[in-house]
Every structure is written in C-alpha cells, then in structure tokens.
Design a protein around this ligand. Structure first.
Ligand code: ISL
Length: 609
C-alpha cells in the first residue's frame, strides 16, 4: 500500500512510488536530464514544493496537481519475485511480427495478403520463429492501415477471405507455431456498424458505446495523436472523441454492454484457435469520468493534451482483469499489451503474474535516447539502451517478462537511427540480434529485421502514405518551410517500416523502395534463434553483468548446467576484448582477433558447469 503523497513529500518518496518513479523517469527522459539526478541525496531529500519552485517555468501548479492525483490513485506496490520462474510457451518463444500489407503479395496487386503469408511459412519455420503476430487483417476502410476496424469478424478483402485465414491458422499450427492477432479495441472505424447506428439515432443503445457529446462548444481541449483536436464535429451539436484519426472513434469501456460485446468477440476468435493477442493502445481504454480538460503544461511536456486522463485510467486494472478472467484464462491465451507511456514500474503493475492482467507489454521508452523524439534526425546511442534494459529486466524480476524489440510498424528502422554508415549495417543488425536473443525477455522480431532492412530514401510527401505523417506535415508547414517540415517527416515517418519486403519486384517508378535483403543477416538470425532454443539458460537462466564500460557490454546467462557469456561492442570504434579462458566460442564460428572487438561485434561464449 502506497502512502498518500503531497507537496510536502520528498523526491525520494515519490521515486519509490511506482507511478512517481515512472513519471519522473519520463520527465527526465523527455527533457534529456540525467536519471542520476533523482538518486542524488540532496535532490532526493528535497520536498516537491521546493522542486516546483525550481522548475516553475517548465512545470506549473497544474502539472503538480495532475501528478499527485495520478500517484494517489494507485495504491498497489509492484512485487518483484526472485523465486524460480514458472515455465510457459510464450516465455520460450521467439515472436515475429507481420505487417500483412507489406509482407508478401501473392496475387500481384501490390498489396500483401494472407496467401502471401502462407507461402512464407516454411521460410519462417526455417528461420526458427515460434509464434507470429499479425497486425490487423480485419475489414477496414484503411484510414490507418487496418487499425481502424469496420468489422471485427470479417477479413479485409484485399488480404483474402475467412477461408484463407482458417488455412493460415491451420498451416501455422501444423508447423508447431502459434498465431496471435492484433486486438484494436480502444476504438473502431467510424464506418463500424455500431458507430453508424449511434450517429443516426440518439436513442440507439450504441450511442453509449462511444464518447458522443452534444454541446455548442468543443467538449474539451484534448488533442489527437494524429494532429489537431481529438473531437470531430458531426451534424447539429454532436461531437465524437477520437484519440487517433478522425475515423478512429474511441469506445466507451465504462459501458458494461460494450465490454461484454468485445469480450464475446475475443472469445469467438479464441474458440477458432488463435493463441492470443497483441492489444493495441490497451492502456488507453479507461478515461477519467467526465472527460475533464487536460492540463496545458502536461500537454506541452508530453506533446499531447489530455493524456493524463487516459494513459493510466481509473479502471484500467479492472478492465484488464475482466478480459483476462472471461476470455484469456479460460483459453490459456497469451496477451501482450501495447502500452505507450507506461514506464517500467507501471508495466510491472499490469504484467506481474500474480496480478492476472497481461502477460507482457510493449513500452517504448527505449526507442529514443534522452531528450530526443522520433521525428528528429539524431544518432541513437546503444549505451543508453544497455543501461535502460538492464534496469528494466532487474525491476521485472521473475514474475514479469520484458519484451525485446528494435522495430515495429510504427517506427523508422533502428539500424538507420544508430548510424548512417551503411557499411556498418550488417554488423549492427547482427549485434542487435545477439542482444535480442540473449538478454532476458521475449524477443519480437519485426519483418525485415532478419534481412537487415534500413530506412527508405523517400523523395518527398508524394511518397508518403501514412495518416500520421500527413497530419503532422500539414501542421508543420504552418510553422516552417516545406523543406524543413519534410526533414522532420523523413526522420520519423512510420512508412520506413511499411514498404514491401524485398521478395518481389516493386512496381515501376517505385524502385527507391526496393532494398537488398542481406543473406548474412538472415543466416545470423537463424543461428542465433537456434542457439537460444538449444540453451535454456538464455530463457530461464539468471543474468549477471560482467562489465558495462562505455561502448563495451559483457554479461552472462546461467543455469544449473551451463554459463553463456555474451560480449558486445556497442560502437563503431574498436574495443579491447575480455579474456574468456575456459570458455568455448559459440557464436560466431570464427573471430578475427580474439583481443579486439571490431565495430559492433558481438560474441557468445559457452562453458558447461
Ligand atoms: O502515435 C503515437 C505517438 O506519436 C504513439 O505513441 C501511438 O500512441 C502508438 O504508437 C499507438 O500505436 C498503435 O495504435 C495506433 C496505430 O496507428 C498504430 O499503428 C498502432 O501500433 C492507433 O490504432
């Protein structure tokens, strides 16, 4: 049980609180300040009211009010277990994310499809992956590439039919692999039948499935993640809430009928045999009652106004438990929540095994280094990742697993963010794969990682199709030249990860999108996934850090039978290697110079106990 916190509480007490810890960590990350600051005893002993005087310009009274409210609404303390771990298939699995639109096109219309996925199952099995996550394949008008669902129980026509889906599921299971689907239930398309009914008829029961408000003025000051206000205006005085695009209408989870409806839909998919779900922005489903205005200084700091009213809402834990109890547990289904904004302690409060909410989450704080944002051209420093993930793994303990991923469909390619020296991309891709397969957590490979794919040289806005980038560009050109705006879009656009995989030729005139798949990287993934499978210490073993000097990171994974030692160079300069007397080399099969680690080189050593 957490103590009630006030402006008289000290920084160290706040940092000991899970929500306080994560918000302070986020503020430091956002402003690029060192996290050592809060551990400094002088700062730690300061009262919030004194800190608020010092930070008055950036964080005003409104911020502290929001901050304390959020903290005092969470009474639970995360539990970090050091008991031996329970075993589960998903703790051992390597997942592979498929973005169906650009994965593989079987009928030559330029759009990937289910038959295309089926045709690559042997490739995926040979790669060694155990489970596939499909980004949405449901019927959708595609305002946000399928994350705007019109019908949860129909397959997107461009992708195929329900029969194709059934074949896919069967073929996946035949190969002893699992299939998880994307569950997008924070919002539906505005073309979903429920929303259409709700719009048409004020007395429709579907009115209360959404946040529809009658008012002369805009109902509050919340902004959308895709630019502009989060409210769309309909006929008369009617407004509808959309945190994402104008065609993605937020669902009202406080309505028990809506929850029942969603849970039945989940159960129908699980009855069909799917093995679990990745749950889109699932931490946004509970909103503060009355939808009050967001605090402007919080909005300024986070880039989105209103976020404190839904990113860790009042009924989040309750709704997650309801889905778990009524759908996932009876089917023994796996769940990974996409939870933007949750830090490591809050993540533990939704993934701790004893809490029966989710199995795992994707948080995104490792994707940018402190003080930087996605829409920015800067160089990512892997030393930051090392320190971040070590703290995360440690805090997760043995009752919660972190996810290990470098890419997904919402981000530019990580290797391009780290260096634009293309000669380094092969080694860098392999280094990232080594870390992903040997650190303690659940690896999620994104399509194309295993081919060493990098960012795309888009030529201008005419090459961009993403709704987020388009909205952002329009907003930017109000404030700056088109050239400057384009630079920002090019750095951060989600389209980098959404171009077709290079199995096929791309349509004429679009050659710039075609990349070369690097066979050596694919081979490395294959080997590393096999090593992970053959050495259970990489799954359930303890993890110990041997050294974490600048650019040099060495750690072990160990169980009762074996020790694996992983040594990596996180930089583009040479680094002096450690001695590994008594160990044999497991990866790569040969090394050039035992005493020196080449740029981005990674090695795995092995010893039986
Ligand atoms: O958009 C963001 C901020 O710019 C992200 O933090 C965003 O909240 C997060 O990436 C949510 O992503 C998911 O939901 C979106 C969809 O567009 C993404 O593709 C999906 O992964 C809305 O459904």
């Amino acid at each position: 049980m957490n103590r009630q916190l006030t402006m008289d509480s000290r920084v160290k007490e706040v940092f000991a609180h899970p929500v306080g810890h994560d918000i302070l960590a986020k503020v430091l990350l956002q402003t690029g300040m060192s996290s050592a600051l809060v551990n400094n005893p002088v700062v730690g002993n300061m009262k919030l009211k004194h800190i608020s005087k010092l930070t008055g310009k950036i964080l005003d009274a409104g911020f502290w009010d929001v901050f304390l409210k959020l903290l005092n609404s969470e009474h639970d303390v995360p539990y970090t277990s050091h008991e031996p771990e329970t075993h589960a298939w998903w703790k051992e699995a390597v997942f592979y994310q498929i973005y169906p639109r650009s994965f593989c096109d079987s009928d030559g219309d330029g759009i990937g499809d289910l038959q295309g996925i089926i045709s690559k199952l042997d490739y995926l099995q040979d790669l060694g992956v155990d489970a596939l996550w499909l980004s949405p394949v449901y019927d959708s008008p595609n305002d946000d590439n399928g994350y705007d669902i019109r019908d949860y129980e129909k397959i997107q026509a461009e992708f195929g039919t329900m029969e194709d889906f059934d074949t896919l599921l069967e073929e996946v299971h035949k190969r002893d692999m699992k299939l998880i689907m994307d569950l997008v239930v924070n919002h539906t398309s505005d073309e979903h039948r429920w929303f259409q009914e709700a719009l048409k008829d004020p007395d429709s029961p579907y009115r209360d499935y959404y946040f529809l408000r009658e008012s002369r003025d805009i109902p509050n000051n919340w902004t959308s993640f895709f630019s502009g206000s989060a409210w769309n205006h309909y006929e008369g005085d009617l407004w509808g809430l959309h945190l994402f695009s104008k065609k993605q209408m937020d669902l009202n989870w406080d309505n028990p009928a809506l929850r029942e409806e969603i849970i039945s839909m989940i159960n129908r998919w699980l009855d069909k045999g799917v093995d679990g779900f990745r749950m889109d922005v699932i931490n946004y489903i509970s909103k503060t009652e009355g939808l009050p205005d967001g605090d402007p200084s919080v909005g300024e700091l986070m880039g989105y106004t209103g976020i404190e009213n839904y990113y860790y809402g009042p009924h989040l834990h309750e709704y997650l438990r309801e889905i778990q109890a009524k759908a996932f547990t009876p089917h023994q289904a796996f769940s990974v929540g996409e939870t933007p904004g949750l830090g490591m302690r809050m993540a533990q409060l939704v993934t701790g095994e004893e809490r029966r909410e989710l199995n795992a989450v994707f948080s995104f704080d490792h994707l940018e280094t402190p003080g930087h944002v996605r829409f920015e051209d800067y160089k990512y420093d892997l030393n930051f990742y090392r320190d971040f993930i070590l703290e995360y793994i440690e805090s997760a303990g043995n009752n919660s697993r972190v996810t290990l991923f470098w890419n997904n469909h919402d981000n530019p390619r990580m290797i391009s963010k780290i260096t634009d020296n293309t000669a380094m991309h092969k080694h860098l891709s392999i280094l990232l794969a080594v870390l992903q397969m040997t650190l303690k957590g659940i690896p999620f490979v994104y399509q194309g990682d295993e081919m060493g794919l990098k960012n795309v040289p888009f030529r201008g806005m005419q090459d961009i199709s993403d709704v987020e980038s388009k909205g952002k560009y329009e907003e930017l050109i109000q404030k700056m030249s088109e050239e400057e705006a384009w630079k920002i879009i090019l750095a951060g656009t989600r389209d980098h990860a959404r171009v077709p995989l290079p199995w096929n030729r791309v349509p004429e005139g679009e050659e710039y999108r075609l990349q070369m798949a690097d066979e050596d990287v694919t081979e490395a993934y294959r080997t590393l996934i096999r090593i992970r499978r053959e050495h259970k210490a990489l799954i359930y073993g303890d993890m110990h850090v041997i050294n974490r000097f600048r650019d040099h990171f060495c750690f072990t994974r160990e169980d009762d039978t074996e020790i694996l030692k992983i040594e990596t160079n996180l930089s583009e300069r040479e680094v002096t290697a450690q001695s590994h007397k008594g160990y044999v080399l497991l990866y790569p099969s040969v090394i050039q110079n035992e005493k020196i680690l080449a740029p981005y080189e990674a090695r795995i050593w092995y010893r039986k106990k």
